[in-house]
Design a protein around this ligand. Structure first.
Ligand code: TLP
Length: 338
């Protein structure tokens, strides 16, 4: 079996550009984006800023860079960002906030990543105290990765944002999969956008672009973000080929995310996982010997990711069609004795 016959459910990051996307990339009008002269990048930044109701946007190479610059824009070194204990920004970003920016993070244990605005607010520490590390920002992840692709309740997001205005604390949204949240909940992107000061959204997850994320914020903040991107080595030149992939993804791949969600529910049903726990494109299977299952599944052509020794994660995406979902379901059901 060749590499391309594998059904890769490890992540929605693994998608390859479709022929139509490759054509759009090949035809992109490009310029030097460090000079601000790449028309495709400019078009993408404007479009994404508009979608989320923000003044400006910045194309960055990865969601990690989008999150880290986004947090730096609302938090000074020596201050803290508060988030849930399973957040991507503290779990999978290599301690970047501390290592790169001198930002302290403090975490609050949540129920499967679900935002509880009250619980976060309770932990916020004020500025101007002689002893305390001031909480400058709160970070929220939607959908929540380690929460199994859960959509954050709109009411909690609204509560947190309304409170943050009074308190002078900023809100950063890790919206790597905000598209999935919007398609699943019917809440539009602008509504999610206006509930955050800075938001990082990824083109290279469910939307299927090969590379790239976009940070949205006020024009003033994005101008500073541009400096940080350059400092970090994220200033790219003829990056319009990547922006063209992103623009194509927004045109062609946004509404089809509903199909990925349907596929995830089908997989869940097949594996005896309660489908009501599957809100978007992820299925989490607990109480399994993750390394054993992953190895055995791989031998039978299905790749899954191990989130912990007892948990595997299956992610549906553009490169997994209904037939592949059925085949993967059969293999995994057999292995898991379901
Ligand atoms: N998540 C990856 C891994 O890092 C775990 C995955 O396979 O799910 N925010 C969220 C919520 C994410 O899930 C990810 C990627 C990122 C940010 C970072 O994006 P990249 O990989 O582009 O830096």
């Amino acid at each position: 079996m060749g590499e391309h016959d594998l059904i890769d459910l490890r992540s929605d990051t693994v998608t390859r550009p479709t022929p139509a996307m490759r054509r759009a990339m090949a035809e992109a009008e490009v310029g030097d984006d460090v000079y601000g002269e790449d028309p495709a990048i400019r078009a993408l930044e404007e479009r994404v800023a508009d979608l989320f109701g923000h003044e400006a946007a910045l194309f960055v190479p990865s969601g990690t860079m989008g999150n880290q610059i986004g947090m730096r824009l609302v938090c000074e070194p020596g201050q803290e960002v508060l988030c849930d204990a399973d957040a991507h920004v503290v779990t999978y970003e290599m301690g970047a906030a501390a290592a790169v920016f001198g930002i302290s993070t403090r975490t609050v244990v949540s129920d499967g990543g679900l935002l509880d605005a009250g619980a976060l607010i309770e932990q916020v520490r004020p500025r101007g105290d002689w002893h305390l590390t001031a909480t400058a920002a709160v970070a929220v992840e939607n959908t929540h990765n380690r929460g199994g692709g859960r959509v954050q309740p709109l009411g909690e997001l609204e509560r947190l944002f309304a409170w943050s205005r009074e308190a002078g604390v900023a809100v950063h949204l890790d919206g790597a999969r905000i598209w999935n949240a919007s398609v699943a909940s019917g809440v539009d992107l602008a509504t999610y956008g206006r509930l955050a000061d800075t938001a990082s959204v990824c083109l290279s997850k469910g939307l299927g672009a090969p590379v790239g994320s976009v940070l949205v914020a006020s024009a003033e903040r994005i101008a500073v973000g541009r400096l940080w991107r350059k400092r970090l080595g994220g200033g790219m030149r003829q990056a319009g080929v990547l922006a063209a992939a992103g623009l194509h993804a927004l045109d062609a791949h946004l509404s089809r995310l509903a199909e990925d969600h349907e596929h995830a529910r089908l997989l869940a049903k097949r594996l005896g996982v309660d489908p009501s726990t599957v809100e978007t494109n992820m299925v989490v299977v607990d109480d399994v010997a993750a390394p054993v299952v992953a190895e055995a599944a791989k031998a039978r052509g299905v790749l899954v990711s191990q989130v912990s020794p007892r948990r595997i994660r299956l992610v549906t995406h553009l490169d997994v069609d209904r037939a592949a979902v059925d085949r993967a379901g059969d293999v995994l059901a057999d292995l898991l004795d379901r």
